[in-house]
Design a binder for this molecule. Structure first.
Ligand SMILES: [Zn+2]
Length: 258
């Protein structure tokens, strides 16, 4: 499935306790993981992630207290390196209804580490959601895999990815300068994107917005406006609105005069 399919599924409301995200490339796996994390903490009664609630905005800014990312500190994730995660799984979330543990390179968990996680997967607290990003899911124990919902992403075309990243960068640049003319120019190439590349463009905007906010280039207001715009644009993509219409709508939604 692609990110748009995943969003539709999540928006329909069914959320699992544990996911394995595989396929695609490192960037699309990360995007899918973040999408699941936002859906898990979103406060909207339906259609999560809504992109506009306080939880969605905090998640987009990378500062949601109930989303924990676990990076590998050595070649493998060991029991010791996951010990802190295990100690926090039982703790009730701070702000959202759920807490999310996003484990990057989960296929680098050694067997004892996987067995330790398996104990948690067998009786997870109701509020916990685990997202395992794994390039090689066959390295995970069958017992772990069987307790997770697998999200198998379609491969992302690398050349198209760099084009969508460039297009997204131009939009972020225009927003940081609050320059509407630049924004018009930045959104012009979007009409050349197609049904496969528009979702990648929108996700690239999300990723770059997080970085731009962290670097102080975008204000909180702009990030919120962008977040709401992107979520509506995602919904348009899901119902096959053409790229040229999405670009026009994004322009009207993002212009600083609006
Ligand atoms: Zn939300």
């Amino acid at each position: 499935m692609d990110l748009s399919d995943l969003r539709t599924r999540l928006g329909a409301g069914k959320l699992f306790h544990a996911y394995i995200v595989t396929g695609g490339n490192a960037e699309t796996r990360e995007s899918a993981g973040q999408l699941i994390a936002r859906a898990a903490v979103c406060a909207a009664p339906s259609g999560a992630p809504c992109g506009v609630c306080r939880d969605c905005v905090k998640a987009l800014r990378g500062v949601h207290p109930d989303i924990e990312t676990v990076d590998r500190t050595a070649r493998e994730h060991t029991v010791d390196s996951l010990r802190e995660v295990r100690s926090r799984v039982a703790v009730v979330p701070n702000e959202a209804a759920r807490s999310v543990f996003l484990i990057r390179d989960a296929d680098a968990m050694n067997v004892p580490a996987q067995n330790a996680m398996l104990k948690i997967f067998e009786e997870p607290p109701a509020h916990a959601v685990f997202v395992l990003l794994a390039e090689n899911p066959q390295r995970l124990l069958e017992t772990v895999r069987s307790r997770c919902e697998t999200v198998n992403l379609t491969p992302a075309p690398t050349r198209a990815q760099s084009e969508t990243d460039d297009a997204a960068r131009a939009v972020i640049d225009a927003l940081s300068r609050r320059d509407d003319l630049m924004l018009i120019r930045a959104l012009l190439p979007v009409d050349k994107l197609n049904r496969e590349t528009v979702p990648a463009f929108l996700e690239s905007l999300r990723r770059q917005a997080v970085d731009a906010f962290a670097a102080g280039k975008l204000t909180e207001d702009t990030v919120e406006r962008l977040s709401g715009t992107l979520d509506k644009a995602d919904k348009m993509t899901a119902v096959n609105v053409s790229a040229v219409h999405i670009a026009a709508w994004m322009l009207s939604s993002l212009c600083s005069e609006a």
